[in-house]
Write a protein of this length. Sequence first.
Length: 317
Amino acid sequence: MITTTVRLAIRRYFLPLAALLAFALLFGGGAPASAQTIAAMVNGEPITNFDIEQRSKLNALSGSKEINRQSVLNDLIDEKLKIKEAKKYGVDPGTSDIDQAYGGMAQRMRLNNDQLTKVLEGKGIRPDTLRQRIRADMVWAALVRGRFKESLQVGEKDVNAAAQQAGEATEADAFEYRMQPIVLIVPKGAPQSAFEERRKEADSLRERVTSCEEANSFFKSMRNAAIREIVVKTSADLPQALRDILDKTPIGHLTAPEVTKQGIEMVALCDRKATTIDTPKKREIRDKMYAQKYEAKSKAYLAEVRRAAMIEYPAAR
């Protein structure tokens, strides 16, 4: 069960002779000598067969059906080039940044850091193998988006043209929503009856609240209740199911109560007005066009970095 979750989540990234000997001594004790054979040197940094084996296992865990050795090696070469190029421009995340990204991945799998580490180690994968992949993806995305920000922008005319071609109206049918999330807190470990009691309380309050001012008055003075600051979202920011709920909710009223881990949650709809900001479909078109531009620029930039790099294959000699 955990392995399946991990697979889905991971899928969503010339040293002098003395230095080479030191490298071999440092890592030679934990794996067969053949596994530590240097497969490639990238601007003086080695990639070993062990690195290739580790990445191959990670790829297999993420669901890759075919594990091609040369393809894995190329990926590892690219990652070293990305990290080195990013450092030239001061893009070099610290350990805490990588730990945070690693932890975020674990949370999305409903695991903590230690559990994710144990899952990887159970498959014979060093956590650093995943961390290195995370680092490369992180720095390269930041570098490309930072250096080529202007050329990656998607113009409104281009979006409208693509939207019209797709049969999407370029005007309105989009709204801006001003909302205040509300929660009637149910203590952790409380029986189901506590949730039912608070749900009845929420239903009663829905009949009484007709404005966000009233909502603030009720919930700020109520024990075990919280009303958060107003948030503003557009149609393009919200999933269809939530948009449907908000469109049916009268302004000033509360949405139907929902059970969550915190208790019973609702949303007070403070305002809803038409806007010329992207519709969900236009946002989808814009994001797709941006992704295409980013991918093209990323590939061209990486090819340029590769041409300037010193890449050797000692094992092939």
